[in-house]
Design a protein around this ligand. Structure first.
Ligand SMILES: [Mn+2]
Length: 336
């Protein structure tokens, strides 16, 4: 497996580690672990564009990780981009990264987008890796870098979060996790405790409303569900899959900002080969202003427009098209 230059090759650099906008647990953990190692010989800043997710924010507090929102890249000579590979995931920092004059490196495990931020040997993208933290672990091993207790806890947290608590784990995930737990000296329950976020009242209402307002479609032997909700699209889509949808799209278009999140069940991924980033949210940009990306089973679209209902229906149509590649002639029917 290829990887980036050894971590030990970074010396006396001024490094900014940058996650995607709305950094999640995997992104902040992967960047924090790199920062812990690289700060021994370099000056390092950890930055998150725009905003950080609630779970990542809580983890950062518990683990005493310092980061800045929308950091300045001025004075830095090295930029390491963590857990994303498309420009739209940079939020409002796209311009700053585009004009950054120093060296850029990128490591990620999302579906590759066409709009490369970093090309060639300085980009390391493993679409099959369950987490960016798995890549950081390998990078540390390849670089003969030591892994402290704190680093092991953070990597374990990132892998747990991005593997959906091992739902999408493979044998290697457990091997790595076992090594990390040993190094951390923690039990799995203590790692899980780092990730615990109490669901707020408004989130519970949003998710329940998504269930109430859902439209249900049959796509051959699969079920697609859409819901137009005010907020918490990702949580709503996840909840709809737990309730029985194979594919769920939840979206809203408040203030002309169109946002849609999609989630797919393991069975539809396996049986149809559908990839929500590649088949739904990237093509959706041809029909609605905006862009999307993510993973095969969890992806999102951000754009402009007020027609959330039309966009949700387009997601269902694109799902039908994607499934039809393996299951020709499938019928689309709405349950009313
Ligand atoms: Mn990730």
């Amino acid at each position: 497996m290829r990887h980036l230059i050894p971590l030990t090759a970074f010396k006396n650099k001024k490094i900014v580690l940058l996650t995607h906008a709305g950094a999640d647990v995997d992104a902040i953990s992967a960047a924090a672990v790199l920062s812990l190692f690289l700060s021994k010989r370099n000056s390092v800043k950890l930055g998150v564009p725009e905003h950080i997710s609630l779970a990542a924010k809580i983890l950062a507090q518990k683990m005493k990780i310092r980061y800045s929102l929308g950091p300045s890249l001025q004075g830095a000579d090295t930029l390491i981009l963590v857990d994303f590979n498309s420009w739209d995931m940079l939020g409002n920092m796209g311009k700053a990264v585009k004009s950054f004059p120093g060296k850029k490196y990128l490591l990620d495990h999302h579906t590759k987008s066409r709009d490369k931020i970093v090309a060639g040997k300085n980009a390391w993208i493993e679409e099959d890796a369950v987490a960016s933290c798995s890549l950081v672990y390998m990078w540390l091993l390849k670089s003969n870098a030591g892994i402290s207790k704190k680093m092991a806890m953070l990597l374990a947290a990132g892998i747990t979060a991005d593997s959906a608590h091992f739902l999408i784990a493979d044998a290697n995930t457990f091997t790595v996790m076992s090594a990390l737990l040993q190094k951390s000296g923690k039990r799995f329950s203590e790692i899980v405790a780092l990730l615990r976020v109490e669901r707020g009242f408004s989130e519970k209402i949003a998710v329940l409303k998504a269930a109430k307002r859902s439209r249900i479609f049959r796509l051959g032997e699969f079920i697609a569900v859409t819901a137009d909700i005010g907020a918490f699209e990702a949580d709503a889509a996840t909840a709809l899959v737990k309730l029985g949808a194979d594919i769920a799209f939840a979206g809203n278009s408040e203030g002309n900002e169109l946002k849609i999140s999609g989630r797919a069940s393991q069975s539809v991924l396996k049986e149809t080969g559908i990839d929500l980033a590649r088949d739904i949210f990237q093509p959706l940009g041809k029909f609605f202003e905006g862009s999307g990306g993510g993973h095969s089973g969890a992806a999102a679209f951000n754009g402009k427009g007020s027609s959330v209902e039309a966009a949700l229906l387009k997601c269902v149509e694109l799902s039908k098209k994607a499934i039809a590649k393996r299951k020709p002639g499938i019928q689309l029917k709405e349950y009313t």
